[in-house]
Each structure stands twice: as structure tokens, then as C-alpha cells.
Ligand binder design. Structure first.
Ligand SMILES: Nc1nc2c(ncn2[C@@H]2O[C@H](COP(=O)(O)OP(=O)(O)OP(=O)(O)O)[C@@H](O)[C@H]2O)c(=O)[nH]1
Ligand SMILES: [Mg+2]
Length: 288
């Protein structure tokens, strides 16, 4: 059997449905999703193996014009992945068709030798009187047939080569990464305005045995007032954040989880090189 295997980057503006499409392809809620933009900060890898094709999918941060160091890191990570991808999916909402030329979104990208495919997302929201350009690839996460058709198309442009991952694998990142992601997903769901953007989480302790899995995490915000909001009256908000993340982790692990959370203030961490390095955000070399 001739196998195909390659990296497939999910790219586009914030909020276009990149993480949702990753999850729809995997048939699993691996990546965090939010109705609010700029949810994904670090690339998330998903593995999809079916028949003779293995896709190494990279859910990337949205391509935005960076205003501060964390956003510069997000863009840097996205561009770096685009330079290495075998296939680039440029995702764009169907109701905002036609999509702009991808190159206009990434004038600062390295050479991108991969095959570029424009994919219209959220087709279920397309008004009946609006048409997509002839021959467009289009998906809705609520329509499995549209996702299957996209997968077939990607399979046909994927390079030949041996599988690089166990076909049973769906992700490559450690559970610790997803602890932070699901805590942030709760923050995006429950908190408003700047608070979810000032929020991040760090795992201090992770113990897999004995059951339940024990996880202790610190939640960081940038100001004292935000700390009060994250904790809420009588700890009610913090409890909801923890419950959401714990439920998501129990689904991922298939095991009971005990999650302990603490809230701390780390002023301006999104603009601090040291704090960003600690939270896993590399910055391009020339930056200070
Ligand atoms: N109706 C509809 N909504 C969708 C579809 N795909 C995604 N969405 C919604 O669009 C919003 C953004 O989805 P995400 O998957 O988080 O988008 P993203 O591109 O990863 O966003 P960032 O990580 O912020 O760049 C969420 O509210 C999703 O539920 C779809 O096919 N149909
Ligand atoms: Mg995302």
C-alpha cells in the first residue's frame, strides 16, 4: 500500500473556525474553541489517520496584526508553521466570501512551498441568496459529509510517504498543555472584555497515579481587579472555571481528575519576554 503523510496547516484570520474544524476532523474536542476571537495562542497538533493517509494537522493562532509581545509570538509561530506545511488550508467564513488572496494576509511569511487550498467555513450560516465562487471547498462543522469531502481533497494533494505517528494517536502535546487550554476555554466562556485575554494558566503539579489524576494549576491575570473577577463572589466563578476544565480533562483522559486552582497577579505578563518564555511563547530573535 502506498501511504501518504504530511503536515496540514489550518490558517486564517482569528475566529474563522480553525480549531472547530480541527475538532470536527478528529471527531474529538481536542482543541479549545470560543465565540470570542484570538482563543488559540499556541499551535495545537492533531493527527488524523484514515485508510492510506495520515494528516498531521496544525491548528494555528489567528493571523492578526500584533499589538504586543504575546501577539508577536503568536504570529511568529503561525508563520513558521506555514513555511513548513505540505498543505495550507486558508480558512475564511462563507458569508464573507470571496476570501482575500492568502499572500495579502502574510506578506511577512517565509517561502511557503506547500499546496494552498482556500476553504470556506461556517457554510450553514451562508444566506440562501449568496453563492460561493464556483468549485470552492466549503465546510460546516455540523455537516460531516462536508468534512469528509474536504478530507478526500486534502488526501489527494498530500505527499506520498510513511506514517509518522501511531494511527491511534490524535494529539502530540502533553496533557499539561490541555490543562491550560481548557482553563482558558472556561475563561473565554465565562469572563468578559479584557479579562480572558489577560488570563493564562500554568500547571504546578501533575500526578497521574493513584486515581484520581491530581492537577494543581495557577491562574494568572494582570491586575488585582481581574483577580477578584476570576474568583467571583464566594469563589463561584473560580469554581465554574475549574469544573469546566476538569470535565474536559476527564473526557480527554477517560479518568477522574481532581483539579486545584489558585489565582495570582502577574502584571503585564503578555508584554514581558521573561514571562512569555516561561509560558511557552518564543519571540523572534531580533526582539527585546
Ligand atoms: N455556525 C457555525 N459556527 C461555527 C462553525 N465553525 C466554527 N464555528 C464557531 O465560530 C466560532 C470560532 O470558532 P473557533 O474554532 O474557535 O475559531 P478559530 O479560527 O480557531 O479562532 P481563533 O483561535 O480565535 O483564531 C465559535 O463560536 C465556533 O462555534 C460552523 O461550521 N458553523
Ligand atoms: Mg482557534
Amino acid at each position: 500500500m502506498t501511504t501518504r503523510c504530511g503536515t496540514v496547516a489550518l490558517a486564517g484570520l482569528p475566529n474563522v473556525g480553525k480549531s472547530s474544524l480541527l475538532n470536527a476532523i478528529l471527531g474529538s474536542n481536542l482543541a479549545m474553541v470560543s465565540a470570542k476571537a484570538q482563543a488559540t495562542r499556541l499551535p495545537t497538533t492533531g493527527i488524523h489517520t484514515a485508510g492510506e493517509a495520515q494528516l498531521i494537522l496544525l491548528d494555528l493562532p489567528g493571523l492578526l496584526d500584533p499589538a504586543y509581545a504575546m501577539q508577536r509570538s503568536m504570529r511568529h509561530l503561525a508563520l513558521e508553521a506555514l513555511g513548513k506545511a505540505d498543505v495550507i488550508l486558508h480558512l475564511h467564513p462563507a458569508n464573507e466570501a470571496p476570501a482575500p488572496e492568502f499572500a495579502t494576509l502574510v506578506p511577512d511569511a517565509p517561502p511557503m512551498p506547500g499546496t494552498l487550498l482556500t476553504v470556506y467555513t461556517k457554510v450553514d450560516l451562508l444566506p440562501a441568496n449568496q453563492q460561493l465562487p464556483q468549485g470552492s471547498l466549503a465546510v460546516s462543522t455540523s455537516d460531516p459529509a462536508s468534512v469528509a469531502a474536504l478530507l478526500a481533497h486534502i488526501g489527494s494533494v498530500l505527499p506520498e510517504g510513511p506514517f509518522r505517528h501511531d494511527p491511534d494517536e490524535i494529539g502530540t502535546q502533553p496533557v499539561r498543555f490541555f490543562v491550560g487550554e481548557y482553563l482558558r476555554e472556561a475563561a473565554f466562556e465565562l469572563l468578559e472584555e479584557e479579562v480572558p485575554y489577560s488570563f493564562t494558566a500554568e500547571v504546578d503539579e501533575f500526578r497521574e497515579a493513584p486515581s484520581p489524576v491530581y492537577i494543581r494549576a495557577t491562574l494568572y491575570v494582570e491586575r488585582d481587579s481581574q483577580k477578584g473577577i476570576v474568583i467571583g463572589k464566594g469563589g463561584a466563578v473560580l469554581k465554574r472555571i475549574g469544573t469546566h476544565a476538569r470535565t474536559r480533562l476527564e473526557e480527554l483522559l477517560g479518568e477522574p481528575v481532581y483539579l486545584e486552582t489558585w489565582v495570582k497577579v502577574l502584571p503585564k505578563w503578555r508584554r514581558s519576554r521573561g514571562a512569555l518564555a516561561r509560558f511557552g511563547f518564543p519571540l523572534p530573535d531580533e526582539e527585546s
